[in-house]
Design a protein around this ligand. Structure first.
Ligand SMILES: Nc1ncnc2c1ncn2[C@@H]1O[C@H](COP(=O)(O)OP(=O)(O)OP(=O)(O)O)[C@@H](O)[C@H]1O
Length: 561
């Protein structure tokens, strides 16, 4: 080539160079810019391949962002992110780290006979993808302030005419000039990318804050109406937990003795949540045999079993977008537990006899009075279901642990039942109040409520509730307190005048009957639970009931309400 020819070639090269770098400056998308940068660099230098590595926002981690070989873009699985914080620039044996940290060019013409830097990443790439790296150059990408923002790597430079390998030495100057221009464009695009990312984050945060604000405003204007009595610290803690869980939709596990208000709380959570416009459905898992419970909860298709003459929607479907309260979850048959788990995990139910599942969005609130841990140990309750339900546990305190609430509840129920039965009474006599404050309430609020309802009915118009209007078990507390601690004996007299106490045996029997009746009543006539609170085997309870002719009143089953 003569001088004129060389001059023309140089001029057209410069023209192409300027054109390319100008076109790069208009590209805003980082990934397509990197792709263009690499392609242009390879075109100028006739390289087989190349890669661009970019430092992350912390300016510590060098990440592979794009890789091109003649026959495609191998994925980046082989590449290990370089952490600049781990070694010093001068001690590193890794050429990428060295180039990035010192801003120096690394040029290797014969990769397989080279023994300077550790080129393991090159060898492993060749082995993994069947490539052949002959030579390479690493050039730092630096911004206006000479801060490294990444590394440009070009591989296997070739002669444009005969496609033979050539040394990168002759191309170093032009590659460095190109890299300097490209780095400015990449830096701008990275800043725009970071900006957009931050704007996105800001928008998300704004939206979230707006939502939370709206919720808080709604909450402020919405009168939280729990209809739950309790000012003790223990109850305040429960209210706090309940408010935290209210609008989240997480599963809640309510634990506590019988009658502590698990269902009251479940209903209050639903009625004060964003689901309140939808259904609140309750199902007592101990109340039905397994198959009936299954068809209640999941529904069935026509012909799914003998008797399934029409299709029936299950409770989960009926509670869609609302809340389902699964009471006595500890008594859920083990086979059904896996189905419940599926609802919680996948948000879908499959009615009996159906071939397809139905998507449901139901908040599950479960309750139990029994110890699920021991049920898990006995293999009666699935541990995975327990963890799923127990996302947000709330333990309700027993009434005896929150004495200051007893008075409030007494006032509340006296007001309620005097209104309900249109009865005018003056309140509780001091002796009755004394008894009630001493009593341990094994049946908790339910027992107190039942006692007051009964007492209001028994009490004289315009009179006050006396000890004799209270259930026997409570009267015994009053009597034993009088016998044990006080003198005067006024409260023993009625007992001695009573035929039932004519002999010690009769008195003991009468006492036993009243205790058993109390526990049955407090447990809604559920024999299993009454036996538990009495701490006797269920069989013994049944024997005693038959011996003393204690009969369950007609309807005591706690079904769906
Ligand atoms: N804090 C409270 N304030 C007012 N009433 C309450 C309170 N706690 C419970 N009650 C009343 O006590 C009775 C029993 O409550 P609930 O049925 O919610 O108890 P539970 O813990 O679900 O009982 P079980 O385990 O036997 O099903 C209900 O009539 C309820 O209205």
């Amino acid at each position: 080539m003569n001088d004129i020819g060389k001059l023309v070639k140089s001029l057209s090269f410069i023209e192409e160079f300027v054109e390319t770098t100008t076109s790069l400056a208009t590209e805003r998308n980082v990934q397509s810019l990197l792709s263009k940068v690499l392609l242009s660099a390879r075109n100028f230098t006739n390289c087989d391949a190349g890669r661009v590595y970019v430092l992350d926002v912390t300016k510590r981690k060098l990440q592979l962002r794009i890789s091109q070989w003649d026959d495609g873009e191998p994925n980046a699985a082989w590449y290990q992110v370089r952490d600049f914080g781990q070694v010093g620039a001068q001690t590193t044996n890794d050429p990428l780290m060295f180039c990035g940290m010192t801003g120096s060019v690394v040029l290797i013409d014969d990769v397989y006979s080279y023994n300077g830097f550790d080129l393991d990443y090159v060898y492993s790439h060749d082995q993994l993808y069947g490539t052949r790296t002959q030579s390479l150059i690493l050039v730092p990408l630096r911004d206006h302030d000479k801060q490294t923002i990444g590394v440009l790597e070009l591989i296997n430079a070739k002669d444009a005419y005969n496609r033979r390998y050539v040394s990168f030495k002759s191309l170093e100057a032009i590659i460095c000039a190109f890299a300097a221009q490209a780095a400015v464009c990449i830096n701008n695009a990275l800043l725009i990318e970071t900006n957009n990312h931050l704007i996105g984050l800001l928008n998300d945060t704004n939206q979230r804050l707006e939502k939370e604000n709206k919720l808080l405003k709604e909450r402020g204007s919405r009168k939280l109406d729990y209809n739950i009595i309790g000012q003790s610290d223990a109850m305040q803690q429960v209210f706090g937990l309940m408010e935290k869980a209210m609008d989240t939709g997480v599963s809640i596990l309510l634990t506590g003795e019988t009658g502590t208000g698990k269902e009251v709380f479940a209903r209050a959570i639903h009625e004060n949540s964003i689901r309140k416009a939808k259904q609140f459905i309750t199902q007592n898992c101990a109340a039905l045999p397994e198959q009936l419970l299954e068809s209640e909860l999941f529904g069935y298709k026509k012909g799914a079993f003998t008797g399934a003459v029409t299709e029936k929607k299950g409770l989960f479907e009926l509670a869609n977008c609302g809340t389902i309260f699964l009471d006595e979850i500890g008594d859920m048959p083990i086979n059904l537990q896996s189905k419940i788990l599926r609802v919680l995990q996948e948000g879908e139910v499959r009615p009996l006899g159906a071939t397809e599942s139905v998507k449901v969005d139901v908040r599950v609130i479960a309750a139990t009075h029994c110890n699920l841990h021991s049920k898990i140990q006995k293999g009666e309750f699935r541990e995975d279901l327990y963890f799923r339900l127990n996302v947000f546990p709330i333990a309700l305190p027993a009434l005896r642990e929150r004495n200051i609430d007893v008075k409030l509840l007494l006032d509340h129920f006296i007001r309620k039942y005097t209104k309900q039965y249109s009865k005018k009474i003056t309140g509780l006599s001091p002796a009755a109040l004394d008894v009630l404050l001493k009593y341990r309430f094994p049946g908790n609020v339910r027992e107190l409520q039942n006692a007051i309802e009964r007492a209001v009915l028994l009490c004289e118009h315009d009179g006050s509730i006396l000890v004799e209007h209270l259930p026997d078990a409570m009267q015994q507390v009053g009597a034993s307190a009088t016998m044990g601690g006080r003198t005067g004996g006024t409260r023993i007299t009625p007992l001695l005048n009573d035929d039932r106490f004519s002999s010690l045996k009769n008195a003991v029997n009468a006492y036993e009957i009243s205790v058993i009746e109390q526990h049955l009543q407090a447990n809604n006539w559920n024999q299993t639970r009454a036996a538990e609170t009495l701490q006797i085997p269920r069989r013994t309870l049944i024997d005693k009931m038959s011996r003393y002719n204690i009969k369950t009143p007609d309807k005591k089953s706690a079904q769906r309400r």
